[in-house]
Write a protein that binds this ligand. Structure first.
Ligand SMILES: *Cc1c(COP(=O)(O)O)cnc(C)c1O
Length: 435
């Protein structure tokens, strides 16, 4: 399959080029040239497939001709050694738990698939692949873990000293091996400026393949399609007919993947875009006006995005038709207060503990089921483990929560980060040194 730029449909590149460059030269976003349509026979088989097999069968449509089946089977089983279980909260509301990967958030799916694709696509190059990532926390840990131990690739994660949470720092800076964590004396924008300069540095490009593995890479979107099918397949058969899926959204990669799944033939009646106070997209759905603005801080911090990059992909999917888009997406924004109350109320009534992002998803889902359509079955995406936001969640429920083993283990490990001045020569030195 070829991929085009949202800014120029005539530009067509291979998956390899789309993945290794990340972004088209015209600064659009890559999109698959056709959305594959699944046959009813295929859909009938979906409930019998374990996640890895389903991932393989769906990925084939997108890697078509560029990766052999044998290699693709190995790739998906290596990328996804964890599950995405569907957990009932009531007889018509389910949580799709996407936090069973190494960094306890759904970004593991995208980061692990992308890293292995990149490794495959650079296998026969004589140059080493260097991934440079600037992070204010969450993305860095998913990417660092995604590339950890992947042969032929070295990762440099730059984060601002003192400006990331303890859990985030431990998740990025205790790995070692091919992951080099650089603790920069500066702010996030300094880290980003260093990465941008390195990506444009001709001298570095002579010796290495340099990539940024950024969040808009199409390789991060593709694997997110898989778990929408997997969620539907886990529903009892009688509840698969009319389904609503609620997606707590920030940069809208996750929702975009769901919309692609629907176009491929997944029987979802409607999607809910559940937002926090950063409500640019719900506002667009209501008014047909898109008005990006600076983000505001909330307790569902991974959704604090004021100008979501993937919105252009959604516009593209609907041919820029507001009318077509609102047929498939209903959106609403919620305050931190409502999110806190929802976390408290849910654990009291059902025993289920949501993280702040999942709670926003649940708020949107319940409002939809109560006021728009009370005949549907609802699934909300639980995008992170509540322990990832331990201080916030404990304050809300007034109780300590325990950490999953993979997190407590990493908290006990020593930090291996290398302090670095906010200085390009210093960064260049680190990247070109061959340990
Ligand atoms: C990144 C993130 C989101 C937002 O996902 P998008 O694809 O950017 O919309 C939601 N929840 C958590 C926990 C995240 O890390």
């Amino acid at each position: 399959m070829k991929f085009y730029s949202t800014k120029n449909k005539l530009l067509r590149v291979s998956l390899k080029e789309a993945v290794l460059t990340g972004m088209p030269p015209d600064h659009g976003l890559y999109m698959p040239e056709t959305v594959p349509t699944l046959t009813p026979e295929f859909l009938k088989r979906v409930p019998d497939l374990p996640f890895q097999e389903l991932a393989f069968e769906l990925a084939r449509y997108f890697v078509d001709g560029e990766i052999s089946d044998d290699k693709l089977i190995d790739l998906v089983s290596d990328a996804f050694p964890f599950d995405a279980p569907l957990v009932p909260l009531s007889d018509h509301i389910y949580a799709l738990e996407l936090f069973h990967g190494p960094t306890l958030a759904f970004k593991d799916f995208g980061a692990r698939f992308m890293s292995r694709l990149m490794a495959l696509f650079t296998q026969n190059l004589s140059k080493e692949l260097k991934i440079l990532v600037a992070t204010s926390g969450d993305t860095g840990s998913a990417v660092a873990n995604g590339f950890f131990n992947v042969p032929g690739i070295r990762v440099y994660v730059l984060y601002p000293a003192g400006k990331v949470s303890e859990i985030q720092e431990k998740q990025m800076a205790t790995l070692g091996k091919n992951v080099i964590a650089l603790k920069v004396h500066g702010v996030f924008d300094d880290c980003q400026a260093l990465v941008k300069k390195a990506l444009a540095d001709k001298k570095l490009r002579e010796s290495f393949v340099i990539s940024s593995a950024n969040s808009i890479n199409i390789a991060r979107l593709i694997p997110q399609i898989f778990y929408y099918f997997y969620a539907w397949a886990q529903l009892p058969e009688t509840k698969r007919d009319k389904l609503v899926m609620s997606v707590p959204s920030g940069n809208f990669g996750n929702l975009t993947a769901g919309l692609i799944a629907k176009q491929m033939g997944l029987p979802v009646d409607r999607f809910v875009d559940a937002a926090n106070r950063n409500d640019v997209v719900p506002e667009y759905l209501q008014t047909a006006r898109f008005n990006p603005r600076p983000s505001v801080q909330t307790i569902s911090s991974a959704m604090d995005v004021g100008n979501p990059s993937n919105f252009d992909r959604i516009l593209d999917l609907y041919g820029h038709s507001h009318k077509a888009m609102i047929r498939d997406i209903w959106g609403k924004a919620y305050s931190d207060e409502e999110t806190r109350d929802k976390i408290r109320e849910t654990i009291e009534n059902t025993g289920y503990l949501c993280d702040p992002h999942g709670a926003v998803g649940l708020l949107g889902l319940q409002e939809y089921l109560e006021h728009v359509d009370n005949t549907a079955t609802g699934i909300f995406l639980e995008t992170a483990h509540p322990a990832k936001f331990k201080p916030v969640v404990e304050e809300i429920i007034g109780k300590e929560i325990s950490l999953p083993e993979r997190l407590s283990e990493c908290l006990e490990k020593p930090l291996l980060s290398v302090p670095m001045e906010n200085d390009y020569e210093a960064f260049f030195g680190v990247v070109t040194r061959n340990e």
